[in-house]
Design a protein around this ligand. Sequence first.
Ligand code: NAD
Ligand code: ZN
Length: 381
Amino acid sequence: MKAVVYEGPRQVSVKDVPDARIERPTDVLVRITSANICGSDLHMYEGRTDFETGRWFGHENLGQVVEAGAGVDKVREGDWVVLPFNIACGHCKNCERQLTNYCLTAQPEPKLAGAAYGFADMGPYAGGQAELLRVPWGDFNCLRLGEDAEQRQTDYVMLADIFPTGYHATELAGVRPGDQTVVYGAGPVGLMAALSATIRGASKVMVVDRHADRLRLAESIGAIAIDDSKVDPVQAVLDETMGLGADNGCECVGYQAHEPDGREQANLTMNRLVASVRFTGKIGNVGVFVPQDPGSEDELAKQGKLAFDYGTFWFKGQHVGSGQAPVKKYNRQLRDLIAAGKAEPSFIVSHELPLDRAPEAYEHFDNRDDGWTKVVLHPAM
Ligand code: NAD
Ligand code: ZN
């Protein structure tokens, strides 16, 4: 089968790899018809996190079941399914508490928790930017879709990761009806957080970024766009909230946060959230921060890699929730909102391309080139 294989920093190629197959009776084999490129793939693509060359990416996957192992009861050949990016066993201490993002069984390394398809430090599982995908614990890890699945793939594929992830940001931030919510980052995840805040009844959603195309998408769902290359975003949020600050905020950028002029500063968005959110407000951080070895205390201070303005955060009595999203906790309800026509997360899709065009798609998405907001790869196209 063909797959998008990692060859080294900023290099992927589409190559023949061994076919995915059923390995255990609880596995399901899926023919992938839609697989997204995610901002999380870029951590590996750029070489910021270690990923073995020869492995392949892809954790936002949707397709049709071609085979179910002998121990699988709930899904059958022909079913359309979307696969939560967290691979989870369904019965460990964390899964029982809906914390499938920290499954203890799927992650073979005892010091870690949580597993995913085609991901550094998230277990040995192959990715879905390929023609076939093995889904472990298939009964638990397949979400079945209705009859409109094939026609509405670009909506439903967002259930694998970024729609539930954006929703999780608003859950961690405690967004309630009438709230004024600020979202830092208008990438796919930030736009899904803005959509989720709207679904939860926020009265005002403010989205901060500097890419005009992405800010326009935020406006298309009724959010207020704040361009931080033109205005001070903290002041803009205060102006929009009668000087009080937003009720809550979502961090949807992560440790690659930078100034509009390109200067990187990993703690920039957390500091701006602390300043933008009111006293006692909550912050939901889903942008990825990975442990960094700063080398020395001096370097740590210079990079600000791990520290944020905890003093102000404490003084304001704020709260923060963080980490990967437990996709299964939300994806049935979000699926049903899509099915009912009450949510259309595909508004962010800029490109639908065959697998062969993955290398150029990675390059454009990584550059945040104008108009490249979200790429859906179609292996069977
Ligand atoms: P992306 O890189 O396309 O989007 C990030 C956006 O942030 C860009 O539009 C960029 O211009 C903007 N940005 C950079 N610095 C900024 C700043 N100082 N202020 C405001 N905006 C700024 O990626 P994405 O796909 O939207 O993903 C965003 C983050 O979410 C990544 O770190 C990704 O790994 C993470 N993520 C987390 C989970 C999870 O489960 N927690 C799941 C998926 C993705
Ligand atoms: Zn993703």
